[in-house]
Design a protein around this ligand. Structure first.
Ligand SMILES: [Zn+2]
Length: 446
């Protein structure tokens, strides 16, 4: 007698899709059964004609708590995740204060506990001073985030010598380094020049983030990771130049991610939507989109992660006449799965590739293999049931994030995520969160 059986769905893993039934007990998948069997269960969900995916794992979200909760908090951010079919999130350290010490890490974990609607892991921030790495690893930090550009000191790691030392500390703690690549000398100089010229048009910020800044930083990161021999993950690869660097220089211990917006939105959206579409790295031309799409399919880029980075509508609208006055970033965790379903509909991705890049690999790369991102026996029963015959439309008014505005407003997908389960319990139905906040803190295996 199972707690729950999900009957006769098309169950997808990273290799194939095949009709099967899932037996779930104690919040875990305990049996994968041939189609047609109707085993005894307390509850049965008929998934005939539906697609059953592992719950998505988003390795890059900013939930803004503590300190910036007017933009987002653990409750609102995780409701957005549940609504969108993301059942595990990894939360970035760039809040106020930044998550950089054992005390701050423990405080953040306590803040999130009891408020999260999906399971969560926490990332630690790492500047040039690596003194807390070991203690943070012991507390369960899922990664150590290093910023080569865009952040201010003391979080900025601009010099290669400091990067090498930080990576060595992460290696010695058996951790994973998350690296936001960039070259601050380029970005800083272009920003000074642009602002001196008074450029405040919609593309002024975009002009200060050329692809060469990302690619040069990425090349330095690849060489440094190879030198140190550390597990490392590159954030937000956005352009063809970076794909070339990865092909030529990435060591085996290095993985990379791309965001849905860098896969799907060109820089024309900045002209069209203004500050709503402001983000770093910025939206790129179609040739860059084609390059990152191909790199995702080939595995050169391992995963999709959203960089869910909410700001309030008022904060964004402040940039309507002066783009510098708007913060960079927009929400993404709720729209990840619909956009991947759109890519499948457009022939840009397959269901097994969706599972590989949005479920399985994000779990494997961050120490959650076998528990998250898979529906094999023993895994947590986190899953999404998709109706492949019912179209879905992304709308601002449906966003659970405090940000409200998504640059994908009005985009459609040919399929609808209709039921989301976390450890065997429903957490969202037809895009609306349901039930109490049952998310748990997840600690990576080392
Ligand atoms: Zn980010």
């Amino acid at each position: 007698m199972f707690d729950l059986v999900v009957l006769n769905g098309l169950v997808v893993d990273s290799a194939r899709s095949s009709e099967a039934s899932l037996g779930i007990s104690g919040g875990r998948v305990v049996a994968v059964l041939a189609p047609g069997e109707a085993p005894p269960a307390r509850t049965t969900i008929d998934a005939k004609g539906k697609i059953v995916l592992p719950g998505l794992v988003d390795a890059h979200v900013h939930f803004r708590e503590p300190g910036l909760v007017h933009k987002e908090d653990f409750a609102s951010g995780s409701r957005a995740a549940a609504a969108g079919g993301v059942t595990t999130v990894m939360v970035m350290p760039t809040d106020n204060p930044m998550t950089t010490t054992p005390d701050l890490f423990a405080e953040k974990q306590a803040l999130a506990t009891g408020k999260c609607h999906v399971d969560f892991a926490l990332q630690a921030g790492l500047g040039p001073d690596p003194q807390h790495v070991r203690a943070l690893a012991d507390l369960g930090a899922v990664s150590f985030e290093i910023f080569m550009s865009d952040l201010a000191p003391p979080m900025l790691t601009e010099r290669t010598h400091d990067l090498l030392a930080a990576l060595a500390a992460v290696r010695d703690a058996a951790g994973v380094a998350g690296i936001t690549p960039g070259d601050d000398s380029i970005v800083h100089a272009l920003t000074v020049r642009e602002q001196a010229m008074g450029g405040a048009d919609r593309l002024a910020f975009w002009r200060t983030r050329p692809t060469i800044a990302e690619a040069v930083g990425l090349a330095r990161a690849c060489l440094a990771v190879n030198e140190i021999g550390v597990r490392a993950h590159i954030r937000q690869v956005s352009c063809a130049a970076s794909v070339e660097v990865l092909r030529g220089l990435a060591p085996r211990t290095l993985s990379a991610e791309v965001t849905p917006h860098n896969l799907l939105l060109t820089e024309h959206e900045i002209t069209r939507q203004g500050p709503v579409a402001k983000i770093a790295p910025p939206l790129r031309p179609a040739s860059d989109l084609a390059a990152v799409q191909a790199a995702l399919r080939s595995g050169t880029i391992a995963i999709v992660a959203t960089d869910h980075a909410p700001h309030t509508p008022a904060e964004k609208q402040a940039g309507d006449t002066d783009i510098w006055k708007a913060p960079g970033g927009f929400p993404g965790v709720q729209t990840l799965l619909p956009l991947m379903l759109r890519m499948i509909g457009d022939g840009l991705l397959t269901y097994p590739e969706l599972v590989r890049t949005c479920c399985e690999q994000p779990a494997v790369l961050f120490g959650l293999a076998g528990r998250k991102g898979t529906l094999s026996v023993g895994a947590d029963a986190d899953l999404v049931i998709v109706d492949p015959g019912r179209p879905f439309t992304i709308r601002n008014e449906d966003q659970q994030s405090k940000a409200g505005l998504t640059p994908f407003n009005g985009w459609t997908a040919p399929a609808t995520p209709e039921l989301v389960l976390l450890r065997g319990a429903v957490v969202a139905r037809d895009g609306v969160p349901e039930g109490a906040a049952s998310g748990r803190f997840i600690r990576p295996a080392r």
